[in-house]
Design a protein. Sequence first.
Length: 222
Amino acid sequence: MDLFAQFAVASARMALDDALLNLDRTDRDRVAVVMGSGIGGLTNLEQQKDTWSSPFLIPMVIPNMAAGQIALTFGLRGPNYTTVSACASANNAIGESFKLLQRGQADVAVTGGSEAPITSYSISGFGAMRALSTRNHAPERASRPFDRERDGFVIGEGAVVLVLETLEHARRRGAEIYAEIGDYGCTCDAYHVSAPEQTGITAALAMGKWRHGSMMTMCYGC
């Protein structure tokens, strides 16, 4: 497995353990896995570019293998796919999982996002497009996404996985419920390959797509 898929499987295990979901007493045909990843297995793609490729290269690098490896590890046979929408990938995965549950296509969804982009290719690419912070003199203050003086982002890696359930399923098994998703809406700026539309009108449009104020997502250059 590429590192991004390892992060996803480890996070899924922690999420399932925290949810106290006994898979042996759960209909695995009704457990979906929807993960988000903007890049996928960049680590292995870069490492193997100048060597004879491993027969596992393609299964390691394609973005949907985070969801695929979670399903293989835990025997989850419900809907399984990956959302690839840059920074919004994990939000879209969670939102689409919510819609699966709402439509009755699953009772449980293992969902979130995973990324392992700290490679020479990735850092040089984001650096060339001037997306990374250059606050090297004060690295502890470099990550400041909502600051007026922000100058780019600080690249990181990891994963987050949530266990979503229908309310009926959660109550039936006596699960501890942390939060409820009321609805989900998304839009696209359709403005620039990397910069956000400056008036914020499409963010407002995403918010207007639902009433309960639970979740929204938008993507800039997708």
